[in-house]
Write a protein that binds this ligand. Sequence first.
Ligand code: LLP
Length: 416
Amino acid sequence: MSEFEFLDGQLHAEGVPLSKIAEEYGTPTFVYSKASIVTAYENFQAAFSGHDHQICYAVKANSNLGILSLLASMGSGFDIVSGGELQRVLKAGGEAAKVVFSGVGKQAWEIELAIEKGIGCFNLESDSELNLVNEIAARLNKIAAISVRVNPDVDAKTHPYTATGLKENKFGVSAREAVAIYRRAAKLSNIEIQGIDYHIGSQITDISPLVDSLAHILELVDELETMNISLSHIDVGGGIGITYKDEQSINIDEYASAILQTLGDHGQKLLFEPGRYIVGNAGILLSRVVTIKQNDNKKFAVVDAAMNDLIRPALYQSWQRIENIEQSSGPRDSYDVVGPICESADFLGKNRELPLCKGDLVAVYSSGAYGFVMSSNYNSRNRAAELLVSGTDIHCIRQRESFADQIRLESIPGDD
Ligand code: LLP
């Protein structure tokens, strides 16, 4: 589904050669393909066209206004986890009614903002959150729709930091606790029970835990029905894995048929919260080799992107493909591709067989999700630019930060 391909010996983002981008916008730069995002979204939509559903794109994966506005224009809803994400969605033209609010630590101001703006549903994480939402809704004279996040205690078989559906994780409540929350919710005057939700983890490449979780959830849905608590939607979360290296990623049509088969004759609307599936392979991080260096037998290619731009390799030991964007005059060898940050964890890839020399441009693939959004100013580095390419058009959807941007909120005591 990638729109990054070699044409005339050079890697292109759709119709734009990446060397042109480096020349005009500098490096490091995140480059996203609009067509790739549109295709992923449309494939997801098509896979579930036979059942009432709503995609609520997980904003955390890539929250740039340009990306959110593209998704809003296609009718996407949004899964948010903070007041900031809600403000981004609204600014980008997203519909509040298609927003679900997830997250274990929603604060009063965020709940208030969400109720005032009329979001679709609160995905509750605890009994105390139910109280808080009810209190705030009562004060605002509004009714808040809720869902309860259930932890199905299923192993998603993914990295421990991105698994969320086991009982030792902080997310959701047990099925027993959920029943108690729904029973109390049914008695509260400013709460409308709407759905149930779960999310067992991210970068899941095996359909079975996703299907097993749904089966658990459906048992609970049926049990609630016997108590006269009817749900109108089931939110199955996100988590669909993509191919970074050679993982067999989930085929969306197979996923859809497994989910719909498990759903059987349950008529509830389905909500989905995909993040990575929509944007992960729609972006690359473009970077330039600053220097080549050798310590004993080890060769390093020091590039101008670093862990502050893309933290996934350092944080999850994740593997992302790195390639020259065009033929290099450098020798092919095994390099650790590292950034300039003063930490040994600052690497983008280890032991990569590449022809490299100073000045070469490289692309770090699959950087569209959890790339820029997890970036920081560590080592006082300005954050990268973000571009959205469509055909031969380039839209700068976030300028490269300047030093002035970086220090804008700081002051020296006595200087003001
Ligand atoms: N819904 C909820 C409630 C979530 O917590 C998440 C992701 C998603 C949806 C979207 O999951 P996706 O479809 O993107 O897998 N930074 C990590 C991933 C953390 C995911 C957190 N939650 C990484 O770079 O791999």
